[in-house]
Design a protein around this ligand. Sequence first.
Ligand code: PLP
Length: 362
Amino acid sequence: MNLRLPGPIPVPEPVAQAGAAPMINHRGPEFASLIQRTTEKLKQIYLTKNDVLTLTASGTGAMEAAVVNFMPPGSHALVITIGVFGNRFKELVSAYGGIATVLEFNFGSAADLGQIKDALEKNSEIKTVFVTHNETSTGVTNPIIPDLVKVVQDHDALLIVDAISSLSSVEFRTDDWEVDVVCSGSQKGWMTAPGLSFISVSEKAWKRFEENSQPRFYFDLLRHKKALADGQTPWTPAISVWFSLDKALDMMIEEGLDAIWARHARAGQRVRDGVRAMGLQLFSQEGVESNTVTSITVPTELDGLEILKIARERYSTVFAGGQAGLKGQIIRFGHLGYMPDSDLDSALDALRNTLVDLNFKA
Ligand SMILES: Cc1ncc(COP(=O)(O)O)c(C=O)c1O
């Protein structure tokens, strides 16, 4: 199967093999060395000197950790959303007793800084801002993060970014941009199986933590920070995924961040060109297309679910469909992490053949 999802993604053979190593004591010296090494390497990819904590949870776990650790109950938050994953922050904020002002932009487009400024000016009580860097549900990358940081700092608020499907694949500079809290997840550009998520925490965010009375336990990040100082995690970690991550990080550091970002930019262009050449249109607006996932509008005369089925059954290629209100309306083609050009080209062939089978004429 050619797995062309925006996560989980195909895991390179050496990474898969690393995950098959025998178990170790998670309270012993081997794990201490493993967690210390991976944390240092994660910081290299995050481009940060801030704390980076690894949680045994999927990406949503890191998002939830951000909310419970840094957003006091009853406090005001601005949730900027351009899709399904931005909406997840809205749900999390409400679930933990926050008061969310939601700024929703049309799906397929990026967030607009001017409107964000207006929203903040209208409500001086907003102390936390949530945003998605790369909206996987629509195939859009929000280019505003560095400028948004300044706006949020002027407002004396904390910025929490979901970079789950971008960090490690496209440019993201945690320290240069001064982003307080950044979430990511192992099954995306990190070339590892699902099961681990990462969260970086700035000094400013730790101050917020101290003032925050929100109840927390599994995702209490101070427990994680203290355990890390002892070479441990507070709870039993997903050791096999961690072994794989260690190998994947070595491969990423060997390739180099600039080379990784350039490879994703080329992959994004290759897929967009290929899709347009079939007479299909992109769902994402021009100029903000993601280099980790391409969203394709399903032509009105076709059935999106049928496309997915034929591609999978006849051409052994798995694309993702649309989520929530976009079900059946878009196809999402993942290109992040480990993705030889030949895999991208054969997935393009699979899509083209599927269209031919469905008698689509552009
Ligand atoms: C941008 C974004 N945010 C959040 C998530 C949720 O992560 P998970 O499914 O690992 O909990 C995903 C996963 O697809 C994502 O792409």
